[in-house]
Design a protein around this ligand. Structure first.
Ligand SMILES: Nc1nc2c(c(=O)[nH]1)N[C@H]1C(S)=C(S)[C@@H](COP(=O)(O)OP(=O)(O)OC[C@H]3O[C@@H](n4cnc5c(=O)[nH]c(N)nc54)[C@H](O)[C@@H]3O)O[C@H]1N2
Ligand SMILES: Nc1nc2c(c(=O)[nH]1)N[C@H]1C(S)=C(S)[C@@H](COP(=O)(O)OP(=O)(O)OC[C@H]3O[C@@H](n4cnc5c(=O)[nH]c(N)nc54)[C@H](O)[C@@H]3O)O[C@H]1N2
Ligand SMILES: [Mo]
Length: 768
């Protein structure tokens, strides 16, 4: 692939005709029948299906086309007419499939039959569902309870997720890691600590009332493009958007709405960011410290003049705790340190603070640029500190807005997918189902990886996702993975996690959410929670790609029945026969959130779960919103390389991928075509190393005493990013991330700051 690399200037604005063309291309490539391309009209509509791409909010009054380029790709990917069945697996040994790219594996189309790996022939062979369940059930019954891991990727519905957590707990552990552990777990920990809720407080209507938006480390044009509607509307009202991101991202610079005929024909575009601060990767705590310092300095000056306070003194007094300690820490923090760690000037930070201080209601939007750091939790709590200074939580137009990834990743947590027993209503589950739920903390994703590396995990069940490709330390993880006695994957498409497998391995193909899920001939609906804590119903719309597929609830039930002793209070079959009964059970477990679930799930715009912080009710230790003093301005004083030649690598996504699913090697917005094996570098850093565009380099992890970690053969692409930083794609760069390099409290792998050394391919010495 790498020899086809072509680099062009980044595409501006995002959206526009390029988007339309991309959608057409993928519909064609996936051979989506014309009648099904009308599907897109039902995407994210109150009576349609919830998009399987991102978790962004679904409005009560949707646009005629409430979908985006990314969502259309995800829909086409799932509703493809390409399938693979027994003949494919009869032709290929699993070892031979290992040399296939991630793209080629998934491009075969939808899996159609349950498969078991046969050691003698090294092939996956079809088996019937009952045999698969019986064999897996027997293996799980024979296993030690604490050695089994129940992973989920954040796509499975509320119904499936609820059944899955119950299955794991009735089996006997809380080993329920999920993709959120690699993603917004820093949010769940940070916001819980400072605001008493683990999720964002912003609702869709806040975009209509906001006076200013701060935007940290989220790539809206790629990761949640439908949000561009809200941002565009806000910009039209003159709302400033102030962005902090080391890269200049097309979607954050400007946008042409591909669904507006006028804009498309006139080439009209909306400038998204009014200020764009290219901070150093990992410089956010320092930048936020600078912003807070500038606010407090303006407040001091106002007080000295006898003017109105700049901070919201009444709010601080009534609603917050720890302000004095925080203020002292900010005052003690010297500007030169802030400038050095953030890579931004005092003047730039003061300019941003000036806009903040002039705005009545401010919201802060953020993504992986804050969470995937050693100090990811501090980044989140620092952002809250900044908002609290002027009472920007719990009033219209203000609040904190973490943008979630997978379409139901937030909802899974709401219905009990968590390794933390204190976050699950164990007493209620005990009462409802008459069993003693395990109380011992389970494994999160990093702990599951450590357990697999240490040989302590003996079986892995994956409800969706592509764990082995998504986690850090690829080389070590793949080797350890092969020693696992049992791996089971519930999946829609062939991926790395099937070809790298355990000693016994099963692939269980399931329906996707867009497909009609009939039980006893009656179509069933499911539900999801979006990024703004609103729950939505979703109906499948297309015929299943094969009659042999089972739904996810049916697969979870099949596994549970084959594994667990019968429990008269859990009628798995009755649940699968009518999903309304699963929702009734959810409502019994969580009455405050899910009462009258079956009716309310069709509320246009969704129904929202109660969020104390949004009403200024603080479920924190002190009963107030907490100010938190960050432990350091530095991104990672413990694992930073002392080698002056080290670059700080952050991993990114392109518009040609959804996580480990690669739709195309092209990154249209960044102007990089034909190859994902690239390293984006600042020109000055290239010059210093005598490197030119297109040169091939080998990259190694700088701080890595326990094992060598490297990715060879990346092509250098000059890019507009701060000196000392570099960017590369996820998952190609995952071999460089040590499994121990993760956020301190949340254990999110620190995928946005990895100190690396870069050398010309084949050279022994770093090109310093
Ligand atoms: N098309 C598409 N959509 C997706 C996905 C996908 O892969 N493709 N994935 C889904 C999932 S699961 C998730 S979690 C979300 C992820 O969506 P995002 O939260 O947008 O995550 P990333 O794209 O990894 O990175 C976001 C931005 O962080 C910036 N960044 C990197 N380091 C730093 C830093 O230290 N500070 C700051 N301020 N910025 C930094 C990067 O330049 C990038 O623009 O998207 C979801 N939606
Ligand atoms: N270096 C680096 N690593 C990262 C990240 C990063 O930014 N940088 N981001 C992290 C983040 S935010 C996340 S969320 C994780 C993602 O980790 P995962 O959620 O584990 O991975 P995905 O790539 O989303 O999973 C794709 C697979 O899901 C299956 N699938 C798709 N739809 C369905 C369905 O409806 N049902 C079932 N059962 N299966 C389905 C398909 O087989 C497909 O191959 O990666 C993390 N890893
Ligand atoms: Mo994610």
């Amino acid at each position: 692939m790498s020899d086809k690399l072509k680099v062009e200037p980044p595409t501006l604005p995002s959206g526009g005709w390029g988007s339309v063309q991309e959608v057409a291309t993928i519909l064609l490539h996936e051979r989506v029948p014309i009648k099904d391309s009308r599907l897109l009209m039902n995407q994210n509509k109150p009576d349609g299906f919830a998009c399987v791409s991102c978790a962004w909010a679904k409005p009560a009054h949707p646009h005629p086309f409430e979908f985006c380029e990314s969502g259309a790709k995800a829909t086409a990917w799932e509703t493809t007419s390409k399938t693979i069945g027994a003949e494919f697996f009869a032709r290929h040994t699993v070892t031979s499939l290992e040399s296939w790219s991630d793209y080629a594996l998934e491009d075969q189309g939808r899996l159609t039959v349950p498969l078991r790996w046969d050691a003698a022939t090294d092939k996956y062979v079809p088996i019937d569902w009952d045999t698969a369940f019986a064999e897996i059930g027997a293996a799980l019954r024979a296993a030690q309870r604490e050695q089994v891991v129940f992973y989920s990727s954040g796509r499975a519905s509320l119904e499936t997720s609820y059944m899955y957590q119950l299955f794991a707990r009735m089996y006997g552990n809380n080993n329920l890691p999920d993709s959120s552990n690699m993603c917004h777990e820093s949010t769940s920990v940070g916001l819980q600590k400072s605001l008493g809720v683990g999720v964002g407080t912003v609702a869709l209507k806040d975009f209509e009332h906001t006076d200013c938006i701060f935007f940290f480390g989220q790539n809206v044009g790629v990761s949640s493009p439908r949000m561009l509607h809200q941002l565009q509307d806000a910009r039209r009202r003159g709302v400033p958007i102030i962005t902090f991101n080391p890269l200049r991202e097309a979607g954050l610079v400007s946008f042409t709405n591909p669904q507006s005929p006028v804009e498309m024909l006139t080439g009209q575009e909306t400038t998204i960011s009014t200020q764009y601060h290219q901070l150093k990767a990992g410089g956010d705590t320092a930048a936020l410290m600078g912003l807070c310092k500038a606010v407090l300095e303006r407040d001091d000056a106002a007080r000295a003049r006898g003017d109105q306070r700049v901070v919201d003194a009444a709010f601080l007094l009534e609603h917050t705790h720890g302000f004095d300690a925080f203020k002292a820490a900010v005052r003690a923090c010297p500007w030169p340190d802030i400038e050095a760690e953030s890579g931004l000037t005092r003047a730039a930070l003061e300019a941003a603070a000036e806009v903040y201080c002039g705005a009545g209601a401010v919201m802060a939007v953020y993504g992986m640029g804050l969470t995937q750091h050693r100090h990811g939790v501090d980044n989140v709590t620092m952002l809250v500190n900044f908002l609290l200074l002027r009472g920007n939580i719990g009033k219209p137009g203000a609040g904190v807005c973490p943008v979630r990834g997978h379409s139901n990743v937030q909802g899974q947590r709401t219905v009990g997918i968590t390794e933390k027993p204190e976050l699950a209503p164990l007493d209620r589950l005990a009462e409802q189902y008459g069993f003693e739920p395990p109380r011992k903390p389970g494994m999160n994703t990093v702990e599951a990886c450590e357990g697999i590396l240490a040989g302590k995990v003996r079986a892995f069940i994956g409800l969706g996702g592509n764990f082995i490709r998504a986690v850090p330390d690829t080389a070590r993880m793949e080797a350890a993975w092969r020693a696992l006695p049992l791996t089971v994957q519930v999946s829609t498409k062939l991926n790395r996690n099937h070809v790298i497998h355990g000693k016994a391995s099963y692939v269980l193909p399931c329906l996707g959410r867009i497909e009609i899920d009939r039980q006893h001939g009656i179509p069933q609906a499911v539900s999801i929670e979006d990024s703004t804590a609103c729950m939505h119903g979703s109906r499948g719309m297309t015929e299943p790609v094969a009659p042999t597929l089972l739904s996810e609830p049916a697969i979870v039930a099949g596994l549970a029945k084959a594994t667990l002793d019968p429990n008269p209070r859990v009628d798995w079959d009755a649940w699968v026969a009518d999903y309304r009964r699963i929702r009734d059970a959810i409502a019994v477990t969580y009455p405050a959130i899910f009462h009258d679930f079956n009716q309310r799930m069709w509320t246009p715009g969704g129904f929202r779960k109660p969020l104390g912080a949004a009403e200024r009710v603080w479920h924190t230790q002190s009963g107030k919103a907490e100010f938190t003093v960050p432990r350091s301005l530095r991104t990672d004083p413990d694992t930073e390389s002392r080698d002056p030649a080290a670059l700080r690598l952050f991993t990114i996504r392109s518009d040609g991928q959804f996580n480990t699913t690669i739709y195309s090697p092209d990154d249209r917005f960044r102007g990089i075509y034909g190859s994902r094996r690239v390293l984006l570098m600042a020109r000055a850093d290239m010059t210093r190393r005598g490197l030119a565009e297109g040169d091939t380099v080998d990259v190694t992890t700088a701080v890595s005493a326990d094992a060598p970690r490297r990715v060879d053969g990346l092509r250098v692409v000059p890019y507009d990013l701060p000196e000392g930083c570099a960017a590369g794609y996820f998952p190609e760069c995952n071999p460089l991330i040590p499994v121990w390099h993760h956020a301190l409290e949340s254990k999110v792998p620190a995928a946005k700051s990895i100190d690396v050394l870069v050398r010309r391919a084949g050279a022994d010495q770093p090109a310093a």
